[in-house]
Ligand binder design. Structure first.
Ligand SMILES: [Zn+2]
Length: 395
C-alpha cells in the first residue's frame, strides 16, 4: 500500500511522463550524468558535491542532484570532477600515440611546444589534426626542430623567413613560436635566437614561449625581450640563470615581466628544469606558476613526470591547495591560447570536456629532474576522461 506522500509523488511523476508524450519519453533527457562527485570548477568558484548533466556534447547543468534520465551515468562518488585538464607544454606532436595517451591522463587540450621547426612542422600538425582532443603546435624557431646537438647552435637555423612562411601556411594549427635558450641548445646565440623568434611571432600577433634555465645570457636580459602574453616555461630551473637570486629574491626583470602580462609555466620535463631546493625557494617568495605542464614525452610514465595530475601534486607540499592546482591546469591555461578560451570550465553551455580524478592520501614519492625525492601526502590520479560528452575508452 502506498502512503499518502508516496501516492502523491507517484501520481505527479506519472503526470509528468504523460505530459511529455510517448515520443519524448523514448529519448532520455541527457546523454550523460556524472553523479555525486566533488565538482571543483575554479572558473565559476564551485567546490561542492554536484551531479553534472551533459547533452549534445555540452554541459547542460550542474545541480546538487539531477533526477532526470540519462542514456549513460558515471558514478563519481568520492572522486573529483574538474574541467578537462589543459597541458600547454607537451611533445605530443612527436608521437602518433601521444594524444590518446594524455587523454587517459585527463588532458583534453594540449600544445606541442616546439618539437619541430619550419622544415617538418607538417609532422606535428598532422598529429594535432588527427588528435581526438584539441591539439595545436608551437613552431621551433630552429628550422630543424629539436636537435641533439642544439636547435640553434648554428644561428643560421634560426631562420625568420622560413618560420614566417610555415606559419602563414598553417595559421589554423600554429599558435606560437618556441625558443629554446639553454646553453646546450642555443649556446651564445640565446639572445639573438629570442630576438628572431619575437620578430616572427609579433608579425602574426602570436606569443613566444621561451625555454629558460642554464642560459649563457642573464635571465633578466632575456626577460626584457618578452611581451604581454608570452610564456616562460621551466620557471623552477635551478642556477645558472634561475629567476631567483642567492638571497632568495625574485629578479626585478622577472617581476616586471609578470606585471606586464608574461605567463610563467612549470614545464616539468626530465632534465635540468626543476630541483626541489630551487622550487622551495621560489614558492616561499609567493611567485607561483600560472600554469602546470608536463613537457610530456612518450616515456613519461617511466620518468618523474608520470602524468599531469602527478606534476600538479608536486606543489601540495609547498603550500598549494588542490583548488589552486586545478585553477592552473584549467582556467588559467585556457586564457593563454585563444583556441582554449572556451575550455577549462564546466559552466553550462561549455564543451563537455571533463577530467575525473582521484585525490588519494598516503605517502607518495615525487621526483625532481636531479634524482631528488620528496614525500608528499596527497596525490591526484587520473580516473576517467569525458571528451565532448563521451567517456573516453581506457586501455
Ligand atoms: Zn619541451
Amino acid at each position: 500500500m502506498l502512503n499518502r506522500r508516496q501516492f502523491f509523488s507517484a501520481a505527479t511523476a506519472g503526470a509528468a511522463m504523460l505530459a511529455r508524450g510517448p515520443k519524448a519519453f523514448a529519448a532520455a533527457k541527457h546523454d550523460l550524468i556524472i553523479k555525486g562527485g566533488r565538482v571543483i570548477d575554479p572558473s565559476v568558484r564551485l567546490d561542492a558535491v554536484r551531479d553534472v548533466a551533459i547533452s549534445g556534447g555540452r554541459i547542460a547543468a550542474f545541480e546538487p542532484s539531477i533526477a532526470e534520465e540519462a542514456t549513460e551515468t558515471l558514478d563519481a562518488r568520492g572522486k573529483l570532477v574538474v574541467p578537462g585538464l589543459l597541458d600547454i607544454h607537451t611533445h605530443c606532436g612527436r608521437f602518433p600515440t601521444g594524444p590518446g595517451l594524455v587523454l587517459q591522463d585527463g588532458v583534453t587540450g594540449w600544445v606541442d611546444a616546439g618539437s619541430k621547426g619550419a622544415d617538418a612542422i607538417g609532422d606535428t600538425i598532422a598529429i594535432a589534426r588527427s588528435s581526438p582532443q584539441l591539439g595545436r603546435v608551437l613552431i621551433n624557431i630552429g628550422r630543424a626542430g629539436i636537435l641533439p646537438e642544439g636547435d640553434t647552435m648554428d644561428l643560421a637555423r634560426a631562420d625568420v623567413a622560413a618560420a614566417k612562411e610555415a606559419i602563414s601556411k598553417n595559421l589554423d594549427f600554429i599558435v606560437g613560436v618556441k625558443a629554446r635558450l639553454s646553453r646546450d641548445v642555443a649556446g651564445e646565440n640565446d639572445y639573438e635566437v629570442l630576438r628572431r623568434a619575437q620578430e616572427v611571432a609579433t608579425s602574426f600577433n602570436l606569443p613566444v614561449m621561451i625555454h629558460m634555465g642554464q642560459t649563457i645570457s642573464p635571465i633578466g636580459k632575456l626577460m626584457d625581450l618578452l611581451k604581454r602574453g608570452d610564456i616562460v616555461t621551466h620557471l623552477f630551473a635551478p642556477p645558472p640563470n634561475s629567476i631567483i637570486d642567492d638571497g632568495g629574491h625574485i629578479l626585478p626583470e622577472v617581476l616586471a615581466a609578470r606585471r606586464r602580462g608574461v605567463w610563467f609555466d612549470v614545464g616539468n620535463g626530465q632534465t635540468g628544469h626543476m630541483r626541489w631546493d630551487t622550487i622551495g625557494a621560489i614558492m616561499k617568495t609567493g611567485f607561483w606558476p600560472d600554469t602546470f605542464s608536463t613537457d610530456w614525452n612518450v616515456n613519461a610514465h617511466e620518468t618523474g613526470v608520470i602524468d599531469l595530475p602527478n606534476c600538479m601534486s608536486k606543489l601540495f607540499g609547498y603550500g598549494m591547495t588542490v583548488n589552486e592546482a586545478i585553477t592552473r591546469a584549467t582556467c588559467n591555461a585556457s586564457r593563454i591560447f585563444p583556441f582554449l578560451n572556451d575550455r577549462g570550465t564546466l559552466n553550462a553551455g561549455a564543451p563537455a570536456d571533463v577530467a575525473i580524478l582521484e585525490l588519494r592520501k598516503g605517502n607518495f614519492e615525487f621526483l625532481d629532474n636531479f634524482k631528488g625525492k620528496i614525500t608528499g601526502h596527497q596525490r591526484l590520479f587520473p580516473s576517467a576522461t569525458v571528451l565532448a560528452g563521451k567517456v573516453a575508452p581506457r586501455s
